[in-house]
Design a protein around this ligand. Sequence first.
Ligand code: ADP
Ligand code: MG
Length: 631
Amino acid sequence: MGNVVGIDLGTTNSLVAYVKDGVPVVIRDESGDALVPSVVSVGGDGTIFVGREAQRRLLTTPSRTAYSVKRFMGRGIEDVREDAGLLPFRVGAPRQARGGPSDGSRAGEPESQVLRIQIADKWFTPPELSAFVLRELKRRAEEHFRERGDFDFEVDRAVITVPAYFNDAQRTATRDAGRLAGLEVLRIINEPTAASLAYGLDTRNRGTIAVYDLGGGTFDISILKVEDGVFQVLATNGDTHLGGDDIDALLTEQALSEIGRAVPPEAVQALRTAVIQAKWDLSEFEETEIRVDSAPGLPTGYRRRITRAELERLMHPLVDRTIGPCRQALADAGLQPSDIDEAVLVGGSTRIPLVRRLVAELFGREPHAELNPDEVVALGAAVQADILISGRREMLLLDVTPLSLGIETMGGVTSKIILRNSTIPASGREMFTTFADNQTAVDIHVLQGERELAADCRSLARFRLRGIPPMPAGLPRIEVRFQIDADGILSVSARELRTSVEQTIEVKPSYGLTDAEVERMLIESFEHAEADVEARLLIDARNEAETVVQATEKLLRRPDFDELTAGALAPGERERIEAALAEARQAIGTSDRELVQRKTEALNHATRHLAEVVMDRSVREALAGRNVKDV
Ligand code: ADP
Ligand code: MG
């Protein structure tokens, strides 16, 4: 049995931590450095460089080096146009590339749509590139355990963090990256949740937490609620292009304008490195020097003193851009700043005193900053990993539903009520009605899975809601409610709202499904997506046709039909309706969706006039009736 770690896979920097004697600690290299820059570079002979070494190669061989890969995880070509335009490497969906099944592309994804990043002449998927970073972290951790003298130094399992707003595909891509790196991903958890865990905020009985995360290239604000050790994300907001990089750019531009002439890229890079160092210094000291001794095209170098006040003036507008998203997130969560019980700082750029002051002002309290803001997410991931393997405390803390849950509706179609990856506890409800007149019971078939057809999903339970008073089809209002508690137990209830007839059952959805089964079901849902959609459309079309056919038949069979329509129908109108009705009924028996839709449309058209006549006269009758009664 190997070791488990927590990993913060960042846009700019990544790092790994573990729990040692009950306390989370980050793993550092020989020089005490915990951060591994999330940069990957490919050497001429195919050697892969990761971290600081790759970052250096960004200067010497930019065409062979990729960074900010996290922006592309789990995304399609269409989603990333803006990001791709801002970055120097090529992003595309090359047809010729065929990395094989182990390259992090999902089964069932059409080959031409898999997004890849070009480094030199090779195309890599984002999970593949992230896996290089993860492998480096794994290697670093194993080295650490070996040096410590552990007999069992292998690292084989990890908890990996993602931004709270990451969607399903982005989380899946992160999980895939872990697998490609030879890690069993115990859980994917939200970065703000991890940070809150690192501060032990899960031990609060209840409270609301604002997590302010300003990193290298992104800003995220998350509002969380914690109750009995379970975190819930109430709202997220942010700016995907705002962070420390922008401060570096401002300082570099200022230096360049002071130099007053064009300098070669090497000199620009040397200036950038110098201003970053100065920026870091100013988080600690009131004054420092930006210093480049000499660089190509800048033989006499560049030296300039800069004060913290000056940096703050320069970067103030950037920091102000985080205020709007914070206010919006609070509003979305339905909260006032005074409702926030704890504020937490995350991200290297929150080391800047100006940023800390702003957060304190925004939320009316001193934010937590006792832990290093660029390490706190990895520390929290380590805590979560430890909770998972030691079985201590709530095993299901922060759990999510692995697959969607729903019920079967007319024609064998799945109707999802709680979507996969919802954080538990979770609940959802949906309104349904009856299909036949005077139906006094409905069967509720509870399903788990992503497929469109009930037959392809896993059946969890069946029960029957009885005692619905006889009513015309479509009139009963049946509310089906799903609730998953913190232990992952699902209860399903069905209630007819007009009469309050109710039935409830309990099901255990996640037990008995292994990871492999979940995976197989997901892969199948990708593979069958197209056929499923077609099958579902056919069922929907048939249901629609059936409804129109039944309504028409009912109308034609009315005992007062002749009275009702006397003198209003055109010659031959009834016959035309009967003919359209017969054709629609026949079409329902076929599997030709377009035919079904065409015939339904034709029947609708044929009955339009009749429906108007009936409506008109019924309304008049009703009004007349009321006059008699009410007067
Ligand atoms: P990410 O979450 O985007 O991967 P980090 O949280 O590691 O990134 O933040 C990286 C950013 O933090 C960089 O822009 C870096 O310059 C900045 N940073 C790190 N330390 C300091 C410091 N002491 N003062 C100011 N900025 C810092
Ligand atoms: Mg981060």
